[in-house]
Design a protein around this ligand. Sequence first.
Ligand SMILES: [Zn+2]
Length: 471
Amino acid sequence: MSNQQKAKSGSGIKVAIIVMLAIIVALIVIIAKISTDKPSSGDKVLVNTLPPDGTPGVLTAYPVNPTEVPADPTDDNGDPAGPTGAAPTEAASTQTAQPTATATKAPSGELKLVDYSGRVEHLFTHSLIAFPELAYPTDISNVEKVQNTYFIDCITVKEFKRIIQALYDDDYMLVNLNYVYEVVDGVPRLKKTFKFPEGKKPLVFSFDDTNYYSKKMGRGMIDKLILIDGKVGTYTKHADGTVVQGFDEEYIPILDRFVEEHPDFSFNGAKGMICVTGFDGILGYRTQRVSEGDGRTEADRQREIEAVKPIVQALKDTGWYFASHSYKHGVMENYGRDSMLDCATKFENEVKPLIGDTKIYVYPYGSWKRSSDGTTCPAPQKVLNDLGFEYFCSVGVTYYAKTRSDLGNIILSDRANVDGAAFVWFQDLFSKDEWEGTPRFNTINFREFYDDARNISYDDAVAAYKEWKGK
Ligand SMILES: [Zn+2]
């Protein structure tokens, strides 16, 4: 072999080595990409793929449509506004979302705090659908599909992740609701200004019915929250005995991880507001009173109480906070003084010892009682006021929050529902503010975020919803 040939063959080997190295690097990049695209499953044991049991989910604990709240004729100023759940027609609060600029140095030195005087948006949803194959039946009509409780009231894990990313991209930052209001001379009112990071928009996110009701077991949600290595994770046991544990099935661990990765999505460590009832325990633990024929003993109950305590503590330690969603999840408009007192007292006795005190009350179904004469506090409302609740939350897609003298000087606010109904019907209301014609949650694109695991195409779902509602 000549020197030239040797040289040629040498450079051939070099080229081959370079090509091989390039291929290896490319493969590493592809594998890394796949593993980061895939939702991390924590220490999930197995993902169960049981078929749905065939019956459309029509359960009573959730509203059939939480956005359908009867309109309130007047608020304390006589404005025909108020939590309605319907499209607004009247002028909004004069607050704007523009932070004013009186700067002070943030403790961290990263985000400058300024006096914020704009609105505080409030979104809510329910527990996430972690196992869509159990929640969304395939063998029913399209209209029946969108009427399904789990379709209309819930979003999937995938949809939730897309939404929080969009909110983060739009400079929203989670804030604790207790931080944004104050009590002056015995009257709760929204703070006119408060310190908040410059350029960020405060957002309260609340989550209703974080109870994991017995009736909902096996229908797509997790069974309960648990601690895994000291962190709040989830536990679900499927019908075939498969157990799924991890951090990727419910809003709590998902948001915990999101804030870990994006600390500037959380002001002072705030996460979300967990709204619980009491009639079937909390967080998946049957802590409620033992009643005739429910097959439980007081010892069973005490075990559940002891089991849930460290979870509540871990939640509080990591920025989560609680609100009352009543004890029974009844429709307040049907309540008189005595039935309200019974419901509220049970919450005081059975739930508050577990979650601690809260001044925030979230009306089930968004239903609240109007005064008969427009000025006197309705009796069931007074029961709640007397127990110390100050801030009340209803449901409505448009912004509303103010002190209401006709309800006994409490703050009444609306929360925009991020759920299946919003996905198929409220895109416009989410993307712009009807009252001011300005962009609102304009990075939220429900069509884009829609999860095909709902087992009906987006367009078919919109059409079926329209048909159902006669719109
Ligand atoms: Zn509820």
